[in-house]
Design a protein around this ligand. Structure first.
Ligand SMILES: [Zn+2]
Length: 367
């Protein structure tokens, strides 16, 4: 699969050289866009810190006692703090939940203060082996009280205790948390590096590059959606639904003034129905926003970023845009995104979005 260390080799080198010269900050804050592999990278850093005999480049050996424990989730010197609502998902599931997602009634979307308090004995009781590692993700899932409870430990942990905080939205962290951590900014991987990694995915993805564009370089999302589009058995239900929604949109959006907003609303409603979280409706609007971004770019004579394969359709549509309608459309979508967690009637909600979309074009101009 994807080699997240190679993908973020700058951050890896920075951490490993600090570790080799005994200057590694006791609290690292890994920040960057969602879907670029921060959590997988943090896992590799944790494994590297815990491993008894790391490789020359710092990677965990994978075979020593510590690595065996860590791989089976039983390392006594490792703790993971994440919201309970995430706990049954795969560790790779680092998606920032949309702000509009409804809170799960039973399981918290937040890291609870009890989870942080539970760390105290872990931190204070010495390790038998060496380092101890605490992985917190996403760090923005700590509310103010919880973050405050963590501050003392963050400030002066005993020797050998390392905190790894993963954040998709570091600007939402308390300044006091940020100031007690060393930021490790993680960039969206260069397109060429990401494409190389995509080419190595097994079984091969039929349209890896296409999905890499669509996900703005966020490789983890791209792999998930490309596998769903290929109907790969590993694809998640959510990725399958997202691909189906996007396919429905792309069957109609290029038609411009001739699109059928009611039929599209009906198709999309069927794909969204039964989704309690509100995620799918939010994702649909995200894709509408990306389509609109490309329309803007092409209108300005630039290259579409998300849907370059739709260049011909976008050029045709851009020539027919009503500038006034286009001007207000991004704000309309933003407001729709905000309302998407509690629409009164999904079908009507979608019909209004798609009718506004159709009205972007001057009547009678679409060939
Ligand atoms: Zn090892």
């Amino acid at each position: 699969m994807i080699n997240w260390i190679a993908l973020h080799s700058d951050a890896w080198t920075q951490i490993q050289s600090a570790k080799a010269s005994d200057r590694l900050a006791h609290a690292l804050l890994l920040t960057g866009a969602s879907g670029i592999g921060k959590l997988a990278f943090a896992e590799a850093v944790a494994a590297s810190l815990l491993c008894d005999q790391p490789e020359a480049d710092g990677q965990a050996c994978g075979t020593c006692t510590a690595c065996t424990w860590h791989a089976s989730g039983n390392h006594p010197d490792f703790r993971r703090l994440r919201p309970e609502a995430y706990s049954e998902e795969q560790p790779e599931a680092e998606d920032a939940k949309p702000a509009t997602a409804k809170a799960d009634k039973k399981k918290s979307e937040q890291i609870r203060i009890d989870q942080v308090r539970g760390l105290e004995s872990f931190i204070q009781v010495g390790s038998h082996r060496g380092r101890r590692v605490i992985l917190i993700e996403p760090a923005e899932a700590m509310n103010e009280a919880t973050a405050n409870a963590l501050l003392k430990s963050l400030e002066e942990p005993p020797a050998g205790v390392h905190f790894l905080l993963v954040s998709h939205a570091a600007e939402r962290l308390l300044p006091t948390v940020r100031s007690r951590t060393r930021a490790v900014p993680m960039a969206v991987p260069a397109a060429s590096t990401a494409r190389q990694q995509l080419a190595d995915v097994q079984p091969p993805l039929r349209q890896g590059d296409l999905w890499l564009n669509r996900c703005a370089g966020a490789l983890r999302f791209a792999v998930g959606l490309a596998q769903a589009a290929d109907k790969h058995p590993n694809a998640t239900d959510e990725a399958m639904a997202e691909v189906a929604i996007l396919e429905a949109l792309l069957a109609q959006l290029p038609l411009g003034e001739r699109m059928d907003p009611l039929a599209l609303a009906k198709t999309c409603e069927a794909l969204i129905k039964g989704d309690q979280s509100g995620m799918r409706l939010a994702l649909l609007i995200d894709w509408m926003q990306r389509w609109t971004l490309d329309l803007h770019l092409v209108r300005l004579g630039a290259t579409p970023r998300v849907f370059p394969e739709q260049l011909n359709a976008l050029q045709r549509l851009a020539a027919q845009l009503n500038d006034d309608a286009l001007q207000s459309f991004p704000d309309f979508l933003l407001e729709s995104r905000r309302l998407s967690s509690h629409p009164l009637n999904i079908k009507l909600f979608l019909e209004s979005i798609f009718s506004r979309t159709m009205a972007l074009y001057e009547p009678g101009l679409t060939p």
